[in-house]
Design a protein around this ligand. Structure first.
Ligand SMILES: Nc1ncnc2c1ncn2[C@@H]1O[C@H](COP(=O)(O)OP(=O)(O)O)[C@@H](O)[C@H]1O
Ligand SMILES: [Mg+2]
Length: 350
């Protein structure tokens, strides 16, 4: 009898745990549709848009004589997702910390709507930030964590449930945050940042620790927020991730600006690394026909890579010179490699 009871209790516990686990994955890592009424949020009225402009100007931050950020200037526009990109140690977190008044600039300024964070009226309603994931008290439920922030900031407590819904945490709201998966902690961080329905959202490497579904969810959320006129500044060390998420890119290395512009223009400039694979029985003659603008290098099996001119130029030149071409393939550059080269070259100049 005792054994039977024990088995029942253990079985019941096991079932509860299994159920809890099932919930965990459902709330933590599945794609989520945004509610029809995102953020209780209306689009930002046009007259308020300029209040969301982020401007970093001549920013330098030294730590014991070494420059983590070195004369950095860039802007992030309202209504756009700006990808703040750079390899580890480039100075991204430091820049964002100065922007959010968590560190003091050695020189230069970082402003939001023309005002330094420290001088903002009701900053929680202007700027939401997700800097690290482990900020919630481990024993506190997700909902309580958010309600405490509401209470401290004069935000109605009901807003906690709105942002829990928005970030897909509604089912986990009553559980201790200590038991959340990394993905759920990221969502809780985003939920906290959205409490004040801010015009500006700053996120430091939010994709870290997220699985592909989580990343897709984050992308959808940030794109929606930007579509409503919000300014989204999001850092990452992965170009591929930013290529899919951002409208604009700011690339830094060793604390300095390397490239800035729309994703298309920045990646387009990297595409100078684009090359054409050519199969011809007369590579030497083709090289002569192309002249000094082209660089011809062996590609194995008698093929050659040609850079410096595009495939149309190569095809036309071959035809004029009566050179047979059996294959002509434009190869998209390995963007991640081009990015690495761009940023390491810059780092080496230092
Ligand atoms: N509190 C600090 N004290 C000393 N050095 C720091 C501190 N924070 C960052 N650094 C240094 O500044 C540089 C930039 O760091 P960080 O801003 O964290 O780069 P990223 O976020 O791009 O990886 C690194 O060399 C780092 O070691
Ligand atoms: Mg960082």
């Amino acid at each position: 009898m005792v054994i039977l009871l024990a088995a029942l209790v253990l079985g019941g516990l096991g079932w509860l745990a299994w159920r809890g686990h099932g919930r965990d994955t459902r709330t933590g890592d599945q794609p989520l549709r945004l509610p029809a009424r995102p953020l209780g949020g209306k689009p930002i009225p046009p007259e308020r848009l300029s209040g969301g402009l982020i401007v970093v100007s001549g920013l330098t931050k030294e730590y014991r004589g070494s420059k983590a950020v070195d004369g950095l200037s860039f802007a992030a526009q309202p209504g756009r997702v700006t990808g703040f990109l750079g390899p580890n140690g480039a100075g991204k977190t430091t820049t964002l910390r100065v922007l959010l008044n968590l560190a003091e600039a050695t020189a230069g300024t970082a402003t939001i709507g023309g005002v330094r964070y420290a001088d903002l009226d009701q900053p929680i309603r202007r700027v939401g930030a997700v800097l690290e994931t482990s900020a919630a008290h481990q024993g506190r439920t997700g909902r309580d964590h958010l309600r405490i922030i509401c209470r401290a900031s004069g935000i109605p407590l009901a807003r906690a449930d709105e942002v829990l819904e928005l970030t897909g945490l509604a089912l986990a709201a009553g559980r201790a945050a200590g038991g959340y998966s990394l993905g759920m902690r990221q969502r809780l961080g985003v939920a906290a940042a959205l409490l004040g329905d801010p015009q500006v959202l700053v996120l430091d490497e939010p994709a870290n620790g997220l699985d592909p579904e989580g990343i897709r969810w984050m992308r959808g959320l940030l794109r929606t927020l930007a579509a409503h006129g919000r300014t989204i500044l999001v850092s990452s060390h992965l170009l591929g991730e930013m290529e899919q998420l951002a409208d604009d890119l700011v690339i830094i290395a060793s604390g300095r600006l390397v490239a800035e512009g729309t994703v298309a223009s920045v990646i387009g400039s990297m595409a100078d690394a684009r090359r054409t694979l050519v199969r011809t029985p007369q590579p030497a003659e083709l090289a002569v026909a192309l002249g000094s603008g082209a660089v011809v290098t062996p590609a194995g099996d008698g093929d050659v890579y040609i850079t410096g001119v595009d495939a149309v130029t190569i095809g036309d030149a071959a035809q004029r010179a009566g050179i047979a071409v059996h294959q002509l393939v434009t190869q998209r550059p390995d963007l991640e490699a081009a990015f690495l080269q761009l940023t390491t070259e810059r780092a080496a100049i230092r």
